[in-house]
Design a protein around this ligand. Structure first.
Ligand code: ATP
Length: 271
């Protein structure tokens, strides 16, 4: 049996709900529903253990705000656990938050060299692949020597993807990036991922797209409120997630339909 490439044991991280000053409306709403202590501390991921072997493609499934991206960032080493441990054997090609790695004051060209070298590419490797990177990103020539702060967010994501797709690292961590760009760019991304996977690489994919998860993954981790509810094949994981969602929706529908007094929301008439 192939050796484990990613191992997590009792993995957990705590966040403070007040730590983020600027959170989007969606996150604020999601965050507000999440159970947290009086001090605003909560555990988006806790007690998570699994082993992923070389060559496996694993999808992480679960509803919004349930800790999927946090788990991926723990694997990538972007976040440090407060409990347990996670080990990754081999270099990681991270397809997450692709825009974040760029320095807005540097040009696209300078960023490719800077971020490429941070990912372990030599100058010569970047020289050799530079044209392909720019081509893949679909950047017009006039843009590549312009500071990245003038790029649209789509351009930054495309350049980020094009760069990481050039890495030969054995572990691929992918967060929702397949949902970016137009149809043509998405097709390029699918082909790039397929090419990257052909060499016995290991991939963990976070996505809300069942089609993407079924296309690439054989195994599924179903995260529920930050805990690992199921570690199974991708079809069973998706089915369990779908059934839970349907049950929740039905419950919500029933609650909304119930008379106020039954709901115990204090809406009954005062005596
Ligand atoms: N740096 C942070 N500080 C505080 N809270 C955070 C931070 N990052 C994420 N969170 C919160 O942690 C929880 C888990 O977030 P995470 O992004 O991992 O969820 P997710 O399952 O990937 O969600 P989605 O499917 O919406 O992308 C959410 O409630 C989120 O608002």
């Amino acid at each position: 049996m192939a050796e484990p490439v990613i191992e997590a044991e009792g993995l957990g991280i705590r966040f403070s709900a007040n730590r983020r000053r600027r959170r989007g409306l969606r996150e604020l709403l999601l965050g507000a529903r999440r159970a947290s202590g009086a001090d605003g501390v909560f555990w988006p991921v806790r007690g998570v253990s699994f082993r992923i072997r070389r060559g496996e493609c694993v999808g992480i499934v679960g509803k919004n705000g349930t800790g999927k991206s946090t788990l991926l960032k723990l694997m990538a080493g972007v976040l440090i656990p407060d409990e347990g441990r996670v080990g990754v054997h081999g270099r990681v090609a991270p397809l997450l938050e692709l825009r974040a790695g760029f320095n807005g004051r540097l040009t696209g060209r300078e960023n490719v060299y800077l971020v490429g070298s941070l990912h372990g590419m030599s100058r010569q490797e970047i020289d050799e692949r530079f044209e392909e990177i720019v081509d893949f990103a679909g950047l017009r020539e006039s843009y590549i020597d312009m500071p990245v702060r003038h790029y649209s967010s789509g351009m930054k994501v495309r350049l980020g993807f094009a760069l990481v797709a050039q890495l030969d690292h054995p572990v691929l961590l992918v967060d929702e990036v397949l949902a970016v760009g137009d149809q043509e760019f998405r097709e390029k991304c699918y082909s790039a991922i397929e090419r990257m996977l052909s060499g016995d690489r290991t991939m963990v994919l976070v996505s809300h797209s069942e089609a993407d998860l079924q296309r690439f993954c054989t195994r599924g981790l179903y995260l529920k409120d930050g805990a690992l509810a199921l570690d199974t094949d991708i079809h069973t994981a998706l089915r369990a997630y779908r059934e839970d969602r349907a049950a929740e929706e039905q419950e919500r529908g029933e609650d909304a339909g119930a008379p106020a007094a039954e709901r115990g929301d204090g809406g009954g008439r005062a005596a």
